[in-house]
Design a protein around this ligand. Structure first.
Ligand SMILES: Cc1cc2nc3c(=O)[nH]c(=O)nc-3n(C[C@H](O)[C@H](O)[C@H](O)COP(=O)(O)OP(=O)(O)OC[C@H]3O[C@@H](n4cnc5c(N)ncnc54)[C@H](O)[C@@H]3O)c2cc1C
Length: 411
């Protein structure tokens, strides 16, 4: 099989990449190891994710699938009862004002299946199988990928461009195609989560995400997924989790009662309807994640931390930018160079470094972060919405970086 672009992974980054490529008239093959629908964590969308979904022409489908409308984020401090509110707002152009908008909460099984189906409808071929080896020409250019099919036979898919969208499995990094993979600042955190029915939501706007904070690096999410089902998760330092010596099930059950008075009041009568899952080592970054005829997008090269729900936003925004750059490459713009997608790395790093600054600022200099939110309210509305690439210099980011430099120097 031969295609212009082979994409490893049919998660949001991979499917969105195929959809944006199709808009440019570029063919693609998505290789996906799992049978969809399948469980995946990452259920709250930012305003920026919603904008990308609208751009892909999927707003009507989001409504018809009944995903809850999210108008913003409620954050609760340790006492639990003095919440702060961050609304979702859009900015039509960089110069225009902000306007109230909304995103959605999603069950990833349904959402990812919808995106993959849409990619297929737009012309992408979906191959069920596990990518096993990137194929390189003698001069080191990526020319395709070997895939293990469900019957254990192997197939070769030839391509002009090979995209790794394999998520936390970081396929190219494991295959030694990229530079080194490093632990991120939040790699010692553990997330323990499940789905519950019977949780008490706010009314009438029951679709918003609620977050609860206890101590540094110790927080919880409450995400309504439909009329009855709520995703609840705790993100805690790994040392604390291990020190409890509890099973995942016992841990989550106890935290539900003890973590925060406001949360406890909402979950007194819940029933767990999913298995309890735990994710650790989720924070990392990969060096040199583009090369001759290949690139990584989404979690395949970097994931910072789930606190601000940037994951899908970043994956889908990178998918759009990757498609644009692949279009240029196929048109001959950067062909013949050894790093034709180097500009993609610079673009991506700019946004993800801002996400990192937001996270570091929140955890390391919490009081100052709060002061900046009041001083640069519009900057923060843009940044929380996932507009990580838009402005040349967000004053809030500059100020936070200066403060963080002092903080880390004093460490
Ligand atoms: C605890 C936690 C909570 C989170 N909460 C949020 C949130 O609220 N909002 C948010 O936006 N983000 C959240 N995230 C992040 C979000 O889950 C990810 O950023 C997002 O799923 C990344 O999308 P992706 O397409 O890059 O990877 P994925 O969604 O992981 O998709 C990768 C796909 O590649 C496939 N694959 C892997 N290897 C191969 C192979 N060799 N061959 C073929 N297929 C392969 C996998 O089966 C998978 O379907 C959270 C993350 C964590 C850890």
């Amino acid at each position: 099989m031969q295609t212009q672009v082979a994409i490893i992974g049919g998660g949001p980054a991979g499917s969105a990449c195929a959809i944006f490529l199709a808009r440019l008239g570029i063919s693609s093959v998505i290789i996906e190891r799992d049978t969809f629908p399948r469980f995946h964590i990452g259920e709250s969308l930012t305003g920026g994710s919603a904008e990308l979904i609208r751009e892909m022409g999927l707003e009507d489908q989001m409504a018809s699938l009944g995903f809850p409308v999210k108008r913003g984020i409620w954050g609760h401090g340790p006492a639990g009862f003095t919440p702060f509110w961050v609304p979702i707002k859009v900015r039509e152009t960089a110069a225009s004002g902000l306007r109230e908008s909304h995103a959605w909460q999603v069950r990833r099984s349904t959402f990812d299946e919808m995106l993959l189906r849409h990619a297929r409808e737009r012309g992408a071929t979906v191959v069920r199988g596990t990518a096993s080896t990137p194929l390189l020409s003698p001069d080191g250019r990526a020319v395709g990928v070997e895939v293990i099919l469900p019957d254990q036979s192997t197939a070769r898919i030839g391509s002009d461009v090979l995209v790794d969208a394999s998520g936390q499995r970081t396929f190219f990094a494991n295959a030694g195609l990229t530079g080194s993979k490093h632990r991120g600042r939040y790699s010692r955190q553990v997330a323990i989560y499940s789905h519950f029915t019977g949780a008490i939501r706010d009314t009438p706007q029951w679709g918003n995400i609620l977050t609860f904070f206890k101590n540094k690096h110790y927080w919880s999410w409450f995400i309504p997924l439909d009329e009855s089902r709520t995703s609840i998760g705790f993100v805690v330092p790994g040392d604390y989790y291990r020190s409890r010596g509890e099973s995942k099930e016992d841990f989550i059950e106890r935290e539900l009662k003890e973590f925060n008075g406001n949360l406890a009041g909402r979950v007194a009568d819940v029933t767990r309807v999913e298995e309890v899952r735990a994710t650790s080592n989720y924070s990392y970054h990969v060096d040199d994640y583009t090369g001759n005829g290949w690139m990584c997008i989404g979690d395949a090269h970097r994931f910072v931390d789930p606190l601000f729900s940037f994951g899908l936003n970043i994956g889908m925004a990178e998918a759009r930018e990757a498609a644009r750059m692949i279009g240029g490459f196929l048109a001959g713009e950067t062909r013949g160079t050894v790093r034709p997608f180097a500009a993609f790395e610079r673009w991506s790093d700019r946004g993800l470094d801002r996400a990192q600054t937001m996270l570091d600022g929140f955890w390391e200099t919490t009081f100052y972060f709060g002061m900046l939110v009041r001083k640069f309210e519009e900057n923060f509305i843009d940044l929380f919405a996932g507009r990580l690439w838009d402005d040349d210099d967000y004053p809030a980011i500059i100020a936070m970086r200066e403060r963080l430099a002092e903080h880390f120097a004093a460490d």
